[in-house]
Design a protein around this ligand. Structure first.
Ligand SMILES: Cc1cc2nc3c(=O)[nH]c(=O)nc-3n(C[C@H](O)[C@H](O)[C@H](O)COP(=O)(O)O)c2cc1C
Length: 303
């Protein structure tokens, strides 16, 4: 819980998670959001298969039917996931039309029912990822009522993206940039309920930011920066968890990842699906552009 990499659609797939594990063994990794419909109407392995090396890994579910969520949580537990997380923070139109994600913040009782159903079905922890408000429902009372309603089910794990979401008028991208971050609300939640396990998410760029926030919360979740500048994870084990670092250099990471990449390409995975996760490895280093445009490019066109 102390440090995690956020669920991010099209970014935190199992290939990225395999790559991230070469940088940090301890950081909790989240899957992309997976809808209950995708799991229940297809072969679940299509969405849930992962590499054993990825542990600890949490499955993020999107849905709003207690029965479906409970069923998917159980399937996730049987696949060996270490935690099930419910998405109550995504504001995209597609997600709203399915009545899940951030619009669930207006359905505190339903979310509590969903969480209760999942907790009754699995032994692994169930957590909720949410925002500090939606649209004009952005008061402290609204936010606190939402969290407390869920906590009544016994759920104590909350990941709070410290900005509100606008359900109309902003694209998902603008919903990550146009509105200000408000860490104080998250700190206040932890102060009000010291027994809740609170992770703060939003705008964390590096481990120094994370360490500052950890003075006031139980955990920090890093999203975009973990994908854009993955090397920030390299010292997480020692600096955040007090454990030995993996101690790989950037080149070691590449050397260990490329055979994995090759094995995936042989299975028919498209090169671009894998290559995109490696683009940021040398971010900010001399030669980073050449690495991206020449070295990576030739590896993925030759194999
Ligand atoms: C490309 C992209 C995809 C995302 N997909 C998800 C998702 O599937 N589930 C979710 O809860 N949040 C999703 N998010 C939001 C992130 O988990 C995180 O809350 C947000 O990026 C803020 O953290 P950051 O400032 O550290 O990036 C996504 C964000 C991005 C940029």
């Amino acid at each position: 819980m102390r440090l995690s990499v956020a669920p991010m659609l099209e970014l935190t797939d199992r290939h990225f998670r395999y790559f991230a594990r070469l940088l940090t063994k301890q950081t909790l990794l989240y899957t992309e959001m997976i809808t209950t419909g995708a799991i229940l109407h297809n072969k679940p392995e299509k969405f849930l298969e992962y590499n054993e090396e990825e542990h600890p890994v949490a499955l993020q579910l999107a849905g709003s039917s207690p029965e479906d969520l409970a069923q998917c949580a159980k399937i996730g537990e049987d696949f060996g996931y270490d935690e099930i997380n419910l998405n109550c923070g995504c504001p995209s139109e597609r997600v709203q039309s399915g009545s899940f994600g951030a619009c669930l913040m207006r359905e505190a009782n339903l979310v509590a029912e969903c969480v209760c159903a999942m907790q009754n079905t699995v032994k692994i922890p169930v957590s909720v990822k949410t925002r500090i408000g939606i649209d004009s429902d952005d008061s402290w009372e609204f936010f606190l009522n939402f969290i407390e309603s869920i906590a009544k089910t016994g759920c104590k794990y909350f990941i709070i993206h410290a900005r509100k979401a606008l359900l109309k008028g902003l694209s998902p991208k603008e919903n990550l940039t146009a509105l200000p971050l408000n860490y104080e609300t998250v700190f206040e939640l932890k102060q009000t309920h010291p027994d809740f396990k609170i992770s703060l998410n939003g705008g964390v760029k590096n481990l120094d930011d994370a360490k500052n926030i950890l003075q006031k919360t139980d955990g920090v979740m890093i999203g975009r920066a973990a994908h854009k500048t993955p090397w920030i994870l390299a010292n997480a084990d020692s600096e955040i968890f007090g454990a030995p670092s993996v101690n790989n250099t950037r080149l070691d990471v590449l050397e260990k990842f490329l055979p994995y990449a090759q094995s995936q390409l042989k299975k028919g995975i498209s090169p671009n699906i894998i290559k995109r996760h490696l683009m940021g490895l040398f971010h900010g280093m001399p030669g980073a552009k050449e690495y991206r445009t020449t070295h990576l490019h030739s590896f993925f066109s030759l194999t």
